[in-house]
Design a protein around this ligand. Structure first.
Ligand code: APR
Ligand code: PHB
Length: 435
């Protein structure tokens, strides 16, 4: 059996595993990445595409943003449609932060290229990876590469192998608690070769179900429809998809939807999952291996990046001065952000979707919440802070605060009046003109 030695063995070359390996190598820590799929497969896998500003800043700081800075579409607000009207929420005015549309698979391509350039040890097509001796100081991963049995011996194992990976099930079940929730609907997502119909995202709440208009490039649109939980793609020929999108985005007097050839399609189930703790002895769980959110708020990748940032810093401190404090605290710190992301994803999911079992009372509660979002500066600000990731940055600061601390910092003096906000959260009449 061939034997490789390294400091951190990383299972999985999704965004979590690749970014962890990249950050570690920049800080002088060696790693080996083992990925089950082919490079082509991971580079083509279509996922969400909204990067929070903090995520973009981290990628830029790590030398990963050349293409992202050229091609990413920076956004300052989104459109929200309900009750036949359209409103604009300018989250940059409310928070000072922006978001960036850039497909997750593009992030993955950039990361793989960076690992290649740095001559990183990244192996695709690795079969039967099995974490062993995770409770000892010399954990190993046994696997098969190109038909040959290989054992990678390391100081630590990073489980970046997604929800269906092998790392979480390798932890004794009594050591973990799981929390989960399944929603009674799914998203049918398409990528279409057509310029986006608007510059900003449109979240459309409709009695037939939610629809989202998003984009990847000036030539590629990404659209989603709320569908049943076990929807079969066979029942959704192109014409039915476009007809349903047209209906849900319809706004009197406004031509909105550009249509074009559908490049790919898929159904994403809507569920939430968290495992606690996110570490067991020498094995650390990162990203989707430890937590899943419904895609409503596009938090999956951003939360994974937050885990990676913490773990990379903790490993670096361990190797720099033998300090275990950050490693020991990894799960506790990460879970603060994870639950914040869970809460906001659940909020967006309940705000936007029609639940099959809901009665008219629940429908009206949702409408009241939507109206509050577009008329209350306080509600819009809290929402925007979560949407752009500022709330997570605050949480990270608060965790370092002294044991007795003020519940929140004094707010900045308002920079603009509520009257000027009304012009930002635009209320459009049925013809699409500001009223
Ligand atoms: N051995 C090796 N690799 C594995 C194994 C295994 N036994 N099991 C899974 N993998 C690989 C998968 O093939 C995948 O490439 O681990 C990788 C996990 O990647 P992701 O599922 O993308 O998870 P993560 O890197 O944490 O990224 C989180 O991706 O899933 C989205 O919405 C999620 O945006 C979020 C982000
Ligand atoms: C996406 O483009 O995939 C996307 C954007 C915003 C969301 C969810 C998904 O809230």
């Amino acid at each position: 059996m061939r034997r490789l030695n390294t400091q951190v063995v990383i299972i999985g070359a999704g965004p979590s595993g690749l970014l962890l390996s990249h950050l570690l190598s920049r800080r002088g820590v060696e790693s080996v990445v083992l990925e089950r799929r082919t490079r082509e497969y991971v580079e083509q896998r279509v996922r969400a595409g909204l990067l929070e500003q903090g995520t973009v800043d981290l990628l830029r700081g790590a030398g990963l943003a050349d293409r992202l800075d050229r091609e990413g579409l920076v956004h300052e607000g989104f459109l929200l449609r309900f009750e036949g009207r359209e409103y604009r929420l300018c989250f940059t005015d409310l928070t000072g932060w922006t978001t960036c549309m850039y497909g997750q698979q593009e992030v993955v391509k950039d990361l793989i290229k960076a690992r290649e350039t740095a001559c990183g040890q990244l192996y695709f097509g690795v079969e039967d990876a099995a974490p062993l001796d995770i409770e000892t100081d010399a954990p190993r991963v046994r696997c098969t590469m190109g038909g040959e049995a290989v054992e990678v011996v390391a100081d630590f194992i990073a489980g970046c192998d997604g929800f269906h990976g092998i790392c979480r099930p390798s932890i004794p079940s009594g050591a973990l608690t799981t929390y989960e929730h399944a929603y009674p609907f799914a998203w049918l997502g398409i990528l279409a070769s057509v310029p986006p119909s608007t510059e900003e995202l449109i979240y459309a709440v409709h009695e037939r179900g939610f629809a989202l208009h998003s984009m990847r490039t000036p030539a590629i649109s990404r659209l989603y429809l709320q569908v049943g939980p076990r929807e079969s793609l066979a029942e959704w020929p192109d014409e039915r998809i476009w007809a349903e999108l047209r209906t849900r985005f319809a706004l009197d007097g406004r031509e909105v939807l550009n249509e074009g050839p559908i490049l790919s399609r898929g159904v994403t189930e809507m569920r939430s999952f968290v495992v606690e703790p996110m570490q067991y002895r020498r094995l650390f769980l990162v990203g989707d291996a430890a937590h899943i959110v419904p895609p409503s708020a596009a938090k999956g990748l951003n939360l994974a990046v937050a885990d990676v940032q913490l773990l990379a810093t903790a490993f670096t401190a361990w190797y720099a001065n033998g300090s275990r404090e950050l490693l020991d605290g990894y799960s506790r710190t990460a879970l603060g952000a994870v639950w914040q992301g869970q809460e906001f994803s659940a909020l967006m999911t309940s705000l936007l979707h029609r639940f099959p079992s809901e009665d008219d009372y629940m429908v009206r509660l949702r409408q009241a919440r939507l109206r509050d979002l577009v008329t209350s500066r306080a509600t819009a600000t809290a929402f925007a802070e979560n949407y752009v990731g500022l709330a997570r940055a605050r949480l990270a600061e608060a965790i370092d605060a002294p044991a007795v601390a003020p519940a929140f910092e004094q707010p900045d003096p308002p920079s603009e009046t509520v009257t000027s906000l009304k012009t930002r959260v635009r209320d459009l009449d049925a013809r699409g003109h500001a009223s």
